[in-house]
Write a protein that binds this ligand. Sequence first.
Ligand SMILES: [Zn+2]
Length: 287
Amino acid sequence: MPELPEVEALAHHLRAHAIGRTVVRVDVASLTALKTFDPPTTALHGREVTGANRYGKFLDLDCDGPHLVTHLSRAGWLRWLDTVGAAPPKPGRGPLALRVHLGKPGQGPGFDLTEAGTQKRLAVYIVSDPRQVPGIARLGPDALSLDADGLRAVLAGRTERLKTVLTEQSTVAGIGNAYSDEILHVAKLSPYAIAGRLDAAAQARLLDAVHGVLDDAVRRSVGQEAARLKGEKRAGLRVHARTGLPCPECGDTVREVSFADRSFQYCPTCQTGGKPLADRRLSRLLR
Ligand SMILES: [Zn+2]
């Protein structure tokens, strides 16, 4: 799932390549992706792109009044094309959800919003203000803007596990399953630590890790021109999606905890005092 660094890199690309261009045509290939009806997609036609922003994991294209807002969800992506084909796409086939022409169709550039797989959860909104998107209205402070006071406020009184609090978008915006694994590993904190009980030293490590991991990932994703790739491509992960491989820090074996539809990874030596965390799926099988 694209998280803050990938979405930031896509916004960066749109700032560099889409601003100043006019939305000539919008092709809707998946009606289920479109979550708003008024204004219609044609309200974007003839509008100049004046900005591209990120709100948490939402991507916003400002079209000088109306905004085209996208949540890429689990398997969505934005792919920039230097030349976009003129033929209207066939609805309901393949990964294409929405196509935006930023020049004469067949000659000018633009981008596709695509979604791989069968679970169609990519969401597109056309609104006059991004805060009209419910998911954006609910967002907590952006992870990149967190300072020591902000983090203290986020954690205060929270009895949930750190992993849960960090990935909850209404608490802190932008961090998902992959980067929370990375952040917790760099901070040497257990995913199951109770968020409200971190001491000052642990909070300082966590804050450093949030900025270090995310800044580094944004730089990497911008550097590989994310919007020219077919989908999200991450490099340099330390523990996430590395179950069974050696921890780059200490050499211990990276372990995972699995749930029905997702899993997360951690290093016991670096993060949990050498003790493996209970894996609910596994313990259910053993019961
Ligand atoms: Zn380790």
